[in-house]
Design a protein around this ligand. Structure first.
Ligand SMILES: [Zn+2]
Length: 119
């Protein structure tokens, strides 16, 4: 059993919480200018990090409020818990959204997508 320390309620059993996915995924500034592929990447593409990972959790059986957590995905050790809209403590992890913008699509991958649209 893990104990999660809810920022509002204090330590509680992990079964009171629900996972909300990767934290710090920024909403696009101009969503209307995105291609279908870029929009799909915003909606569905997430990191699958081995090690420290910033993620969202909700205390669904308690105060029902969301918060962020930096957790080691290998050891399940919780490194930090902080509020929504706050950044993780320095040195723990960089916001994944900033890393994702610098990774262009592979040309072969993009052409496969276009070929399947006509079917
Ligand atoms: Zn709570």
């Amino acid at each position: 059993m893990l104990l999660f320390s809810c920022p509002n309620c204090g330590p509680r059993n992990e079964t009171e919480f629900h996972y909300g996915g990767q934290a710090h995924v920024a909403y696009p500034e101009q969503p209307g200018e995105l291609s279908d592929r870029e929009w799909a990447e915003y909606l569905f593409y997430r990191k699958n990090t081995k090690g420290l990972f910033a993620e969202r959790w909700v205390h669904s059986a308690g105060c029902r409020k969301w918060f962020n957590m930096v957790r080691d995905t290998v050891s399940y050790e919780i490194q930090a818990i902080y509020g929504m809209g706050e950044q993780p403590p320095e040195g723990l992890t960089a916001p994944p959204a900033a890393q994702a913008k610098s990774q262009p699509l592979a040309p072969a991958e993009a052409s496969n997508t276009n070929a399947s649209e006509g079917v």
